[in-house]
Design a protein around this ligand. Structure first.
Ligand SMILES: [Ca+2]
Ligand SMILES: [Ca+2]
Length: 326
């Protein structure tokens, strides 16, 4: 008797469930491409557009929001895969796939809208950086960068220009799910703070975030426990002088949807510990050969909790894969 009642109840619930109701509905028009259901977590908006840009001939971006950080006067080569119109406060350009931008000499933000003629818009935050003055910039202490780039790699050359960030600029989006202020050094400052930040790291973090949601960890972002570090701050932490953090190419991240400022229980075993960092590490490791991660190789480190921090994972975009922490 109970078994029959139970079956009836399950059947009732099954019919009332809107997911199943949707599955029973007639299919939509053939020209509507359904989202790849197996690859997207319900409710997560990855922020992709139907068009893409290639920035400086090396980084492909198809996000609704992105940022480019440029030296004063830099000629930034930007090519789109179709004609896009360009609009900002000062300039409107006719639609073209050639969107090269000459950075003004004055540091600061230019906000640009790129539109494809079909209503799809990319917001680009173009930020001109400020020149450093030796081991400081506008009174903000940086410390000393290594005089020679690590193993001769160009992306380990000491930066000469830095993003100047006040409280307003810290709030701007640099990609669909990350703000500039999340990457600031924890070093104290009286006035504006300064950092360098790799556009390639932003793409890598967005792709890991999308993969995390596909994996079933529903989250709209990562907590960036440590992003940019000045060489001085990095040295105080006791880190090696070639840390990818001092080049703005690394982020120590965890997932914290419940807001208690430590990594959530990703593996669902009821405790928050190193094994949750391991779960995130395993996910990032599994992406190494994914075509979406071509050109995004870098470091991957797993960290156990201690007295100062919870479990987390280090990711960077140094250009070759290396792992540590296990
Ligand atoms: Ca948490
Ligand atoms: Ca756990």
């Amino acid at each position: 008797m109970n078994a029959i009642f139970g079956s009836a109840l399950i059947a009732t619930l099954w019919l009332a469930n809107p997911v199943h109701a949707a599955e029973l509905a007639a299919p939509g028009p053939m020209n509507q491409t359904p989202p790849p259901a197996a690859t997207l977590a319900a409710g997560f908006a990855p922020g992709h557009l139907p068009f893409s840009l290639t920035i400086r001939d090396e980084l492909s971006v198809d996000y609704e929001t992105f940022a480019i950080f440029a030296r004063p006067g830099e000629q930034v080569r930007i090519r789109a895969d179709r004609p896009l119109s360009w609009t900002d406060d000062m300039v409107m350009r006719a639609a073209s796939p050639e969107l090269d931008w000459t950075a003004p000499m004055q540091p600061g933000l230019s906000r640009v809208s790129l539109e494809d003629g079909e209503g799809h818009v990319m917001t680009l935050n173009l930020i001109v950086m400020r020149s450093a003055d030796g081991d400081s910039i506008n009174g903000y202490h940086l410390g000393s960068y290594p005089s020679e780039p690590y193993r001769g790699h160009e992306n380990y050359r000491a930066p000469e220009f830095f993003l100047e960030v006040d409280s307003d600029l810290g709030e701007i989006a640099v990609s669909p799910h990350f703000r500039l202020g999340q990457f600031l050094c924890k070093q104290e400052a009286d006035g504006p703070q300064y950092l360098v930040l790799s556009e390639r790291l932003l793409v890598k973090l967005e792709r890991i975030l999308e993969a995390a949601n596909s994996h079933g960890w529903r989250t709209d972002g990562f907590t960036v426990m440590s992003g940019y570090r000045t060489p001085a701050y990095n040295a105080d932490l006791g880190n090696g002088e070639n840390s990818r953090h001092i080049y703005g190419g690394a982020a120590d991240i965890y997932i914290d949807v419940d807001g208690d400022e430590v990594m959530d229980d990703l593996n669902g075993d009821g405790v928050h510990d190193r094994r949750d960092a391991a779960a995130l590490f395993d996910l990032v490791e599994s992406l190494a050969d994914n075509p979406l991660f071509a050109g995004l190789a870098g470091g991957l480190g797993e960290y156990a909790p201690n007295a100062w921090h919870g479990p987390y994972v280090h990711v960077d975009e140094r250009g070759w894969n290396v792992q540590w922490g296990r």
